[in-house]
Write a protein that binds this ligand. Structure first.
Ligand SMILES: [Zn+2]
Length: 458
């Protein structure tokens, strides 16, 4: 019998499982990690090791500083490095490392790069669809290594991510967690071009981080052989509450959870679904677009039409489950009580974004695929001008996204004629809620009108 030489390293069970884990896709690693405390420890250490081996190629002497530097600058890594992390396929020749930092953090991150031997690399340009959302885009090189740095115009980094040219690019990570907005396709190395990407494609611009040899790229989702369900690319999604995104954390210190949970960004991949098996495809075929994009109803007859549209568009969701709210349209003589349903696929109210207010006030630009609506509403929990006298209920006033095509709201104008001469454009919707933290909606009654008038007049 051969004795094991004392100098040889004996592999422990943990070593073996870690070696196996190094080759697995991250979601599989995490699933294995959940099986026992020991496996969880292995998942954590294997994930940290994978993150290090990916980033070490760009910062061979300073990779240990990267996690904290990234966190201090509210930065995330996107592109091929994030895909390698997710899929566990680490390639020998890394292209570039793409970093996005929050507004105001470019110079600190740049200082770190200069300090460790990187210098400016000229001749690179940002992809055009993203330019509106980036304060500055710079590229740095050290030898053959390239790092791109984008400074977001917004503290919400997701605003850039959702404008990526394809679903594969909508994967981003910190040093402790990763998010993929389209995990099913991304794990299968399939990607679908976004509306912003389709424009770049037509303009002949370099195409995100997609590597044509490793990725199957589709121009739309016509390849799907079953209904899209709630993942339909034409439906608006919300980063914070979406159940279909993949979010994995392996290091609590650098968790990605807070980036997701503080995000107010909404997005959809394209305006129209190209999947024959999806009911949104059929709807787009008949009407040409989704009905809330036709324009907001200005008159009483249009309001009745819209109520019928909602009922027929959501056959499985009775209008009765919606909440009665007060609508001030641009050309009605008095406010009208209308139903605000919950968004498709939502059975019970959890948060404000569950309300389908877009039936009545257009809060997203025509044809847009990303939006931030939080600035277009204001909630009153107390009566303004009355020393903050608390009200029994809370009321939220919603306005439409500013646009040159909006008409002045003559109803608001005739009722209040604001003393400062400011003009309200477009429809105005007022919702009533319980005065609780989640703003649980309740039905507006005629008797609420006096108080709503008072708040609106303010
Ligand atoms: Zn669809």
């Amino acid at each position: 019998m051969n004795a094991i030489p004392s100098s040889a390293r004996v592999l422990t069970a943990t070593d073996t499982s870690r070696m196996i884990m190094e080759y697995l896709a991250l979601p599989t690693m995490q699933a294995l990690g959940n099986s026992s405390h020991r496996s969880q420890t292995t998942f954590v250490s294997a994930s940290k090791a994978r993150f290090s081996s990916i980033t070490r190629r760009f910062f061979p002497n300073n990779w240990l500083e990267l996690p904290a530097t990234l966190a201090q600058n509210k930065g995330v890594i996107t592109g091929s490095a994030a895909l390698e992390m997710l899929r566990g396929e680490i390639h020998d020749e890394p292209r570039d490392l793409n970093v996005i930092v929050a507004a105001g953090h470019l110079s600190a991150m740049e200082g770190w790069l200069f300090g460790i031997g990187y210098e400016d690399a000229n001749g690179f340009h940002i992809q055009r669809p993203l330019s509106k959302f980036v304060v500055e885009f710079k590229v740095y090189k050290a030898g053959h290594r390239l790092v791109t740095l984008s400074e977001s115009t917004s503290p919400d980094i997701a605003e850039i991510i959702v404008r990526s040219p394809s679903t594969a690019d909508m994967t981003f990570m910190t040093a402790g967690g990763i998010v993929s907005l389209y995990p099913t396709w991304t794990m299968r190395s399939e990607s679908v071009v976004s509306q912003a990407g389709a424009r770049a494609w037509r303009d002949g611009v370099r195409f995100g981080s997609i590597n044509a040899e490793r990725e199957t790229t589709y121009m739309d989702n016509a390849f799907m052989d079953e209904s899209c369900g709630p993942r339909c690319p034409s439906l608006w999604r919300n980063l914070r509450s979406d159940k279909n995104i993949l979010m994995l954390d392996w290091d609590e210190h650098y968790s990605i959870r807070h980036i997701v949970q503080s995000s107010r960004t909404e997005w959809r991949l394209t305006r129209k679904c190209a999947n024959y098996h999806c009911n949104h495809y059929q709807f787009a075929r008949v009407v040409g677009t989704t009905f809330w994009e036709e324009g907001m109803p200005p008159t009483i007859h249009k309001i009745e039409d819209r109520e019928r549209d909602i009922a027929s568009h959501f056959p499985d969701q009775k209008l009765a489950t919606g909440y009665k709210s007060m609508l001030y349209t641009v050309s009605c003589l008095e406010p009208i009580i209308v139903n605000v349903p919950l968004i498709e696929g939502t059975a019970t109210y959890r948060e404000f974004e569950d309300l389908y207010v877009e039936c009545w006030v257009r809060q997203r630009g025509y044809g847009d695929c990303s939006a931030r609506r939080i600035d277009l509403r204001e909630t009153f929990r107390a009566i303004p001008a009355a020393q903050g006298l608390p009200t029994e209920h809370a009321y939220t006033i919603l306005v439409e996204k500013p646009s040159p095509i909006l008409l002045p709201n003559l109803l608001i104008d005739s009722m209040y004629s604001p003393s400062n001469g400011s003009q309200v454009y477009g429809n105005v919707l007022v919702l009533k809620h319980k005065n609780d933290p989640v703003l649980t909606p309740c039905d507006m009654r005629e008797r609420d009108k006096a108080l709503v008038d008072f708040i609106l007049g303010w």
